[in-house]
Design a binder for this molecule. Structure first.
Ligand code: IMP
Length: 219
């Protein structure tokens, strides 16, 4: 996690925060975690013409930084972007940073699940340990102000279960609660994204508390 007090004035000058994702599942979770911050949360639907960047990074962190820098430059907003995915130990960390594209960009999640179960069956590792990872970067004027990483450890479920969440949640079994992430009510209290964005929230609140109240937003 990076914290740079020398850069807090850049954060303080903002009255809005762009949450740069087109994934509605992520957006729903992030909005809930950041709700109540004294700033307007903007989304990419406020910039319909903005181009989506290619994801060429080799790590979640590289991709998060690249996305945040890209969207902050294109919109001139204080911007947070994240990169996330599922790492399965028996598959050497796959799908990892390729999670969204696993099995092809247009593959449905049932198809992605089937590919994963087939690969795990071939290795006799159907209940492999796995984790979700979320890396985020906060950027303004091309500078990275803050970064955080969150993870949640679990196993691959014997079969997909649950209707909540999104993406790979139905096949991610969380042992402490004995259910999949698609079956938990308060996913953000335990999730990778919850951990990373709670760290961001604390950072933004900390920056705000360093300054006297102004008409500008604390973000
Ligand atoms: P990104 O847009 O490249 O970061 O792709 C992230 C992908 O990882 C998503 O499209 C999902 O397939 C998967 N993923 C990330 N976070 C979650 C989660 O919380 N639940 C389920 N799948 C997730």
């Amino acid at each position: 996690m990076i914290y740079s007090s020398a850069l807090t004035s850049r954060v303080m000058a903002a009255s809005a925060l762009l949450v740069a994702t087109t994934n509605q599942g992520k957006l729903r979770e992030i909005r809930a975690i950041l709700s109540g911050l004294p700033c307007e949360l903007l989304t990419l639907s406020d910039w319909p013409g903005v181009v989506t960047p290619e994801e060429n990074g080799l790590t979640f962190e590289e991709n998060a930084r690249a996305k945040a820098v890209h969207y902050a430059t294109a919109t001139r907003q204080l911007t947070v972007a994240e990169d996330s995915g599922l790492e399965i130990d028996a598959l050497d960390g796959a799908p990892g940073i390729e999670s969204a594209r696993w099995g092809g960009v247009s593959a449905t999640y049932p198809r992605k699940f089937a590919i994963i179960y087939e690969a795990l069956r071939a290795k006799d590792a159907l209940d492999s340990p796995a984790r979700f990872v979320c890396a985020l970067a906060l950027v303004r004027d091309g500078e990275i102000l803050f970064e955080a990483r969150g993870t949640v450890e679990g196993r691959i479920a014997p079969e997909p279960e649950g209707e909540g969440g999104f993406g790979y949640d139905p096949i991610f079994f969380y042992p402490p609660l004995g259910r999949t992430l698609a079956q938990v009510n308060e996913k953000s209290a335990i999730s990778h994204r919850g951990a990373a964005f709670c760290a961001l929230r604390k950072y933004l609140e900390g920056v705000a508390s360093l300054q006297p109240p102004t008409s500008e937003c604390g973000c």
